[in-house]
Design a protein around this ligand. Structure first.
Ligand code: 3H9
Length: 678
């Protein structure tokens, strides 16, 4: 087998080049090649400096995740990097694309780092439930200080080359198209000078002088770190970098890394990493299906949903024409979009020019005719089949042939909507989640007649606008809402049978969801759809509305809210529920949190199995992708289907039976097979 690493001589500089598509992951052959390359440079007196660079789209994007969990094969990355750093000939990392994880650690072990302006650098291991394991947590703080290292190691978002330069992670920004030549020139300029080694740096002392930075960091990021093991280990490792010798710090890192690698969270998060990428592939649509060019998008409806949808495309630089029926609704909608952008700018995540740039791509209109030249039109109007059919009939008349027509419906039948047009092959569902400019999930609903190129185009477009896409077949509620309805059904039953509604919420919170169904109801507004007739009360929600409890918006819903929107359970609501239960003849009893958890979560898994059986989801992991990105299912459990496999499908089956709940044939079959869902 030929090595993915080759060396090239440029006068007295040896360039070590990796060519290991697609992302130059640091598999065994790459690590061996790197170590050999350094040996070659050190053993040759005519070589006075070294440059390490990568072919293809990126610098090393990290350790090879497919090797995790397998027997390690040397040299290990830490070994290869120690050899590299020990060189007394200057070694320069020439970075383009994304230097991530182990890739960033390669760069840290080099004596200098140069990068093109478009490069990104980061340590995303926490997103895989890990921390860097090749001394990244020890070299980085010594190079840039603990304060600058903390977000990189414990949050894991990559930073731009320019930002990396300001914190001292990158030594020079070089020409976008002259990386190799500039890196060689840079390396030559360092010949004869003592080499700086990150492992010998002293910037880490900032954390010793001001140890408060660690608690401050925890306080600031507590919410996003909640439930995850890796960020805390990351903070501990960075702290250790200031307190321990380099060798002891590396030992500490190894100990923490190994604990995480063998734990359940990392296993789940690695499952998710591949699940997200698998969801992007449609089994029966060839990868080389020609795509339909999308230059201009239309959105029907400028309400919260339509506006949010439009913002996705504007932010990605695509012109959008947005249509409303009335001028005031149109003005209100575009006003909200501008305000959202301005708020983002206030938080420093957009420049005022970018706000104007995005808004400048927006054309508001009241005239369907203005949608004629759009390549894709997404409808986000009222959830009513007749209304949708009218809209699609109209769109079919005015929008050019070959354009895609999509509905944002969250549960209506896409095939029926498609039949309102003469181009059902060009119709599909694009189900965004609210707030549509923020939530990552895009459920792509494939109709019976949806063409391959339409589907492939929308998958690609999803990635372009930063969404995580998963394909669903046509069924009521598609994947996500269909499973949600099973959970909600049990939540409603549980409170009728005597469970405290706050216990129902707390069970989900403790499991790792950001909130439970009753908190969610309060947030969204209990009065959505309220008929305003207190004499006609048929549900608990209506009873709450009749008692003037509309949700967070008026300070009381299921909970009472204080000024800081902190919730307290309400005796009044508990009584309303108890009265309701009595009226319906329900005996109330004490219900344990364990029963609540099983009855909320197991029916979802059962429904997921049914969805698989019907072919509405391509694979179990697609369901995980939907629930993690659209409904707050905790990432560190891997999603409902992976979680169920981990606790054992037979446990789920017996739990459902214990509570007298239905068990689908598919779940029973997979539980007996013992091999999981796929
Ligand atoms: C680490 O480094 C630990 C060390 O500290 C410790 C060592 C001791 N390995 O995402 P894409 C595959 S942990 C193996 O669609 P993009 C991916 O599965 C690692 N495979 O492309 C996909 O395969 P397929 C820290 C990998 O352009 C294909 O490459 N690093 C790896 O949208 C294309 O990927 C990370 O966590 C990998 N490391 O995005 C970075 N990475 O075609 C993880 C990718 O069969 N990677 N693949 O579906 C990424 O974030 C993105 O892939 C990247 C490119 C931004 C690089």
């Amino acid at each position: 087998m030929t090595s993915p690493i080759r060396t090239e001589r440029h006068d007295n500089v040896l360039v070590i080049v990796s060519d290991n598509p697609p992302v130059n992951a640091l598999g065994q052959a790459v690590r061996q090649g790197l170590a050999d390359g350094i040996d070659e440079a050190l053993g040759d007196d005519s070589i006075e400096a070294v440059v390490i660079r990568c072919d293809g789209r990126t610098f090393f994007a990290g350790a090879d995740i497919t090797e995790f969990g397998k027997a390690p094969q040397g040299p290990s990355l830490p070994e290869a990097l120690d050899r590299l750093e020990a060189s007394d000939k200057p070694v320069v990392a020439a970075i383009h694309g994304t230097a991530l994880g182990g890739g960033c650690e390669v760069a840290l072990a080099c004596h200098y780092r140069v990068a093109v302006p478009s490069a990104k650098i980061g340590l995303p291991e926490v997103k895989l439930g890990l921390i860097p394991g090749a001394a990244g947590t020890q070299r980085l703080p010594r190079l840039v200080g603990a304060e600058a290292a903390l977000p990189l190691v414990a949050i894991g978002d990559p930073i731009s080359a320019r930002k990396a330069e300001t914190i001292g992670l990158v030594d020079a920004i070089v020409g976008e198209d002259s990386l190799e030549a500039d890196a060689i020139a840079f390396a030559k300029s360092k010949i004869g000078q003592p080499v700086p080694r990150a492992s010998e740096g002293t910037a880490n002392q900032d954390g010793v002088k001001n140890p408060d930075i660690f608690d401050q960091f925890r306080a600031k990021n507590g919410r996003r770190m909640r439930g995850f093991d890796a960020p805390n280990a990351a903070i501990e490792a960075v702290k250790a970098a200031g307190e321990l010798s380099y060798a002891d710090g590396v030992r500490k890192e190894r100990e923490l890394f190994t604990q995480l690698m063998t734990g359940s969270q990392s296993k789940a998060m690695r499952h998710y990493f591949f699940a997200e990428r698998a969801a992007n592939k449609i089994d029966d649509v060839p990868a080389d299906t020609p795509l339909i060019p999308i230059h201009k998008v239309g959105v029907i409806g400028a309400g919260t949903m339509g506006g949010g949808i439009a913002m996705n495309f504007l932010s990605a630089g695509l012109p959008v024409t947005i249509l409303e029926m009335q001028q005031d609704a149109l003005d209100r909608g575009t006003g909200v979009m501008r305000k959202n952008y301005e708020n983002t700018a206030k938080r420093g995540r957009m420049t005022p020019e970018q706000v104007e740039g995005a808004m400048g791509l927006l054309t508001p209109t009241l005239d369907y005719g203005d949608l004629a030249d759009c390549d894709l039109v997404i409808e986000a109007v009222y959830e009513n089949m007749d209304v949708k059919k009218q809209v699609f009939g109209k769109l079919d008349e005015v929008v050019k042939q070959g354009a895609i027509l999509a509905s944002n419906t969250s549960y209506l039948n896409i095939d029926e909507i498609a039949q309102a047009t003469k181009r059902p092959g060009y119709v599909l569902g694009l189900h965004f989640f609210s707030p549509a400019n923020v939530m990552k999930l895009l459920e792509i609903v494939r109709g019976a007649e949806t063409r391959d190129d339409v589907l492939a185009t929308c998958m690609k477009l999803a990635k372009k606008i930063g969404k995580v896409a998963a394909v669903s077949g046509v069924c009521p509620g598609f994947i996500g809402n269909r499973m949600l309805s099973k959970r909600q059904e049990q939540a409603n039953k549980l409170i009728m049978e005597g469970a405290n509604y706050w216990d129902v919420d707390d069970v989900l919170l403790e499991f790792g969801f950001p909130m439970g169904p009753f908190q969610m109801g309060d947030l969204a507004g209990i009065d959505i759809g309220w008929h305003r007739d207190p004499s006609k009360v048929t549900t608990v929600r209506e009873a709450l509305c009749a008692a003037g409890r509309f949700g967070q918006k008026n300070g009381k819903g299921f909970y009472d809210y204080d000024e800081a929107r902190q919730r307290t359970p309400s005796d009044e609501v508990k009584q309303i529920i108890a009265d309701f239960a009595a009226k319906e003849g329900n005996q109330q009893r004490e219900i344990s949190k364990e029963e609540i958890r099983e009855r909320l979560l197991y029916p979802m898994v059962n429904e997921g199995a049914q969805i698989l059986e019907e072919g509405m989801a391509q694979r179990a992991s697609d369901i995980d992708v939907v629930w993690i990105n659209g409904y707050g299912w905790p990432l560190y459990t891997g999603g409902p289907m992976f979680w169920a496999e981990q606790i054992g499908l037979e446990t789920v089956v017996s739990g459902l039976e214990k509570h007298g709940l239905p068990v689908s044939d598919r779940l029973r079959k997979n539980a007996t097979g013992g091999a999981g869902f796929d």
